[in-house]
Design a protein around this ligand. Structure first.
Ligand SMILES: Cc1cc2nc3c(=O)[nH]c(=O)nc-3n(C[C@H](O)[C@H](O)[C@H](O)COP(=O)(O)OP(=O)(O)OC[C@H]3O[C@@H](n4cnc5c(N)ncnc54)[C@H](O)[C@@H]3O)c2cc1C
Length: 397
């Protein structure tokens, strides 16, 4: 996204743009949600990175070991170095199941699964194809996580998956969260908890996991609460890349300290951050990275020209929430405004309804894959959806 934006503004005689990524393939991570239920295939989710690199931009496929901010250098794992004038960190977030005792134990990918990695989602798909039922726990270890609604979406899709297989009566589904409710924002929590109750899904809140007992197939929290499972689908702790720890500037979870309004890092003025790698209090979502890209492009140009940066990033997030049975909700919010009911993108007209289940929202969620590959990655502006959140059309009290 950033290369696509910046190449239109930077003269090629003055600037070279280099992307470094250790992978050769890019994954559409929102698709990991659908893979376990056989709704998407691996081909829907994975494409070669080089297909998305704009002309004139260099792609280096190699692992970064650390960043040396004082020398303006990136040290590669193979011992070479690459110098920069401006660095944009976009290394994302990864799961760290090793943070919880026993999580990656004997039952890992036997009865304990994640769906936040391609390998995890695929192994879970194979398990669900012939699982005969029992106690299913869908569990969040700790916040923040990427796409904080994804575990709820997984829960709703599981309900609908087992209903279609005519085995819902054989599965007891419990949503287990460290939060005191289903979600981080009050109004959305109310709506989502209603849906859980309607679908006969139990909720165990305030569950701060201490360990996974592989022998007895239970999870145990710090207060001694014990929950048995036949199948545990967990979202492990999410962390930024270990580069940050090795470079000496990550926070406790390896996220990069970043100004939440300008997206400039607090490490050094010529280092900026986009996407899940930062510690800003916005959702870790592709839509957020898309809105950030527009503002970050302007700020990088200001930085080059020695001008003050715009403090305009408002934490805007826009997410479809699959609720099963071909329906979904849509939420649109920012740092200061929680998700509420209303219409989107046109006030009073819609056609999408906020915080209400509809088939149109489900179509929007499915269309998001096309939008991601064809517009988001290419840095194309999505018509009628601005980087800064609009209050019009939303029912704030
Ligand atoms: C199950 C699931 C469902 C989701 N659903 C949604 C959704 O519905 N809507 C939405 O908007 N978002 C959703 N997301 C979140 C979205 O996928 C992420 O927020 C988005 O991909 C973040 O982009 P990023 O560029 O910050 O990081 P990433 O896309 O993770 O990219 C990071 C890149 O950095 C590279 N890298 C990392 N470390 C190194 C290193 N040491 N050396 C070299 N390269 C390195 C990686 O190879 C990778 O290519 C979902 C995520 C998950 C897991």
């Amino acid at each position: 996204m950033m290369a696509n934006h910046l190449k239109h503004h930077l003269k090629k005689e003055d600037w070279s743009i280099v992307i470094i990524d250790e992978r050769e393939e890019h994954h559409y991570q929102p698709g990991y949600l659908f893979l376990p239920f056989d709704m998407y295939t691996p081909d829907d989710i994975i494409k070669p990175i080089k297909e998305f690199i704009p002309k004139g931009v260099e792609l280096i496929t190699a692992k970064i070991d650390r960043i040396a901010p004082d020398e303006n250098l990136v040290n590669m794992a193979d011992g070479t170095t690459i110098s920069y004038d401006i660095l944009i960190i976009a290394t994302g977030a990864k799961i760290a199941p090793e943070e919880v005792e026993g999580m990656k134990g004997a039952e890992w990918q036997k009865s304990v699964f994640d769906f936040y990695t391609f390998e995890g989602a695929l192994a879970l798909r194979n398990k669900l194809r012939d699982w005969e039922g029992g106690k299913l726990l869908v569990h969040i270890t700790e916040m923040p996580i990427k796409c904080p609604v994804a575990p709820l979406e997984f829960t709703f899709l599981a309900d609908s998956f087992f209903r279609h297989k005519e085995m819902r009566d054989k599965v007891e589904i419990t949503f287990v969260t460290p939060l005191s409710g289903a979600f981080t924002k009050p109004k959305a929590t109310e709506t989502l908890e209603h849906l859980l109750v309607d679908k006969n899904i139990k909720i165990e809140s305030d569950f701060a996991i201490e360990h996974v007992d592989n022998e007895n197939k239970t999870i145990v929290d710090y207060g001694g609460r014990v929950l048995p499972f036949d199948l545990l689908v967990t979202v492990p702790t999410n962390k930024g890349d270990a580069i940050m720890e090795r470079s000496g500037f990550g926070d406790d979870l390896n996220y990069v300290p970043t100004d939440k309004a300008t997206l400039q890092s607090k490490v050094k003025p010529n280092i900026f951050v986009i996407g899940d790698a930062s510690n800003i209090p916005a959702s870790k979502a592709g839509s957020v990275a898309h809105f950030e890209a527009e503002i970050l492009t302007t700020n990088i140009l200001h930085f080059i020209n020695g001008e003050p940066l715009n403090e305009t990033f408002d934490g805007h997030a826009n997410c479809f929430i699959e609720t099963g049975n071909g329906k979904a909700l849509l939420i649109d919010f920012n740092y200061t405004h929680e998700p509420v009911e209303g219409t989107f993108p046109f006030p009073g007209v819609g056609p999408l309804r906020l915080l209400k289940e509809s088939r149109m929202n489900h179509m929007g969620k499915l269309a998001f894959r096309w939008v991601y590959w064809n517009m988001l990655l290419k840095g194309t502006h999505i018509p009628f959806v601005s980087a800064e959140m609009k209050e019009a059309g939303k029912q704030y009290e």
